[in-house]
Write a protein that binds this ligand. Structure first.
Ligand SMILES: Nc1ncnc2c1ncn2[C@@H]1O[C@H](COP(=O)(O)OP(=O)(O)OP(=O)(O)O)[C@@H](O)[C@H]1O
Length: 117
């Protein structure tokens, strides 16, 4: 994790069956080993994290969200914001009825956080 107070994660969702059926194709290319993408031929963008379509909910949580939850439980403020055009996967990524597990042994059993959307 970097020391920046604002971090941006890009999650690329898979094409939907309807998008496949209508012949749409991926327009985002990921660069190996760096959190960078290229749109079209030469428009490059760099993020703190880039999650490919194959990455699971659990992996997104473990990499980008879990550390914030740990810091929250130590008294820091944290905000997680999903941004994107309609149908891009905000609701899917934020999940519903998420139960956060507490990893610090001294806090286990003291917290149960439930987020409903
Ligand atoms: N990472 C993913 N893997 C598989 N399916 C996904 C993923 N992300 C989104 N989807 C699917 O894509 C569709 C659109 O996702 P979702 O409803 O989360 O978009 P949204 O950004 O919340 O849209 P809106 O702004 O219109 O509410 C849904 O059918 C969802 O299941």
């Amino acid at each position: 994790m970097t020391s920046s107070t604002v971090r941006v994660a890009l999650r690329i969702r898979p094409l939907s069956p309807q998008e496949h059926a209508s012949g749409e194709t991926e327009c985002v290319t990921q660069l190996p080993g760096v959190p960078q993408i290229v749109i079209g031929a030469d428009r490059a963008f760099t993020f703190d994290y880039v999650f490919s379509p194959e990455v699971s909910q659990e992996q997104v949580y473990d990499d980008a969200i879990g550390p914030l939850v740990d810091q929250f439980l130590q008294g820091y403020n944290a905000t997680i914001l999903a941004y994107g055009q309609t149908g891009s996967g905000k609701t899917f990524s934020m999940g519903t009825g998420l139960t956060i597990s507490v990893t610090q042994p001294e806090l286990q059993g003291k917290y149960h956080v439930k987020i409903d959307m």
